[in-house]
Design a protein around this ligand. Sequence first.
Ligand code: GLY
Length: 318
Amino acid sequence: MIVGETALEQLESLIPEDTSQIALVTQKGIEAPINTRIASTTHFIPDGEEAKSLSVVEELCSNFAREGLTRRDLVVGVGGGVVTDVAGFAAAIYHRGIRVIHIPTTLLGQIDAAIGGKTGVNLDEGKNLVGAFWQPSAVICDTNLLSSLPPREFRSGMGELAKYHFLGGEQLDALPLDERIAACVQIKADVVAADEREGAGRALLNYGHTLAHALEIEGKFDLRHGEAVAIGIEYASLVAYQLGRIDESRLAEHQRVLEVYGLPRHLPEGCDVDRIIELFSRDKKAINGLTFVLDGPDGLEVVANVPEKVLREALTRM
Ligand code: GLY
């Protein structure tokens, strides 16, 4: 993993010597100054979540086959989480797996989506239902690329960044941006190294995501993913507080972190509490009753059978 203001300059040196072809996978409008001499072919996938589909992956793999890509060759994914998820999945299954380098161009991609080898696409039945764990040969997080992000996109990335404060990164906000990103990448890499396939520890990376996913599934709120995660972190802290797992100072620390990054902390207007509770029960983690990642005396933990009454009360306090 390379993180820094000019990290992209190191791309050439990271290409394995035996590579004869490089397939660049990106989207129109992504401005990452990749030296085009490096790419043998460039594949543009569509914008938005619709690009995360099996048909887009099939088309990419067909193109790789027509161009004669072999297991010695390399896919380079340049873009946000959609691109790295799709490029990574195509690389994972083409010829049963070829090498991939990710160059995330969003803050969310640099601190989360491109790190840790989760790749995949959506089905009509739900998000990320088909995928593979496929570790990239390298991830290049060039922090200069973030200067052209729209402010709201950048802030959304801060929602994912906020969770690392509760995963051992207490003083992250005191660091300059590139050191902060490098610290998040290190925390995530350590979590993934200990539990690549989400047996236990990796699930903690979903802090704040249970409410976030419910709000996203509702689909009627104008919320970016990181904004929904920020609201979910505030909510998880209230639930932990009501369960007596954390004290007032820890509750206040959650509020401080979310405010430092200018993130939303309250439920959007028009939220239906009954519907949110129903969506909690559909969460993938809800195998033993309603299950949340919650803070506590020993840090974050997956907690099963959280009483519905507590969840309702916390929602009404938001
Ligand atoms: N984004 C959560 C994970 O990679 O496990």
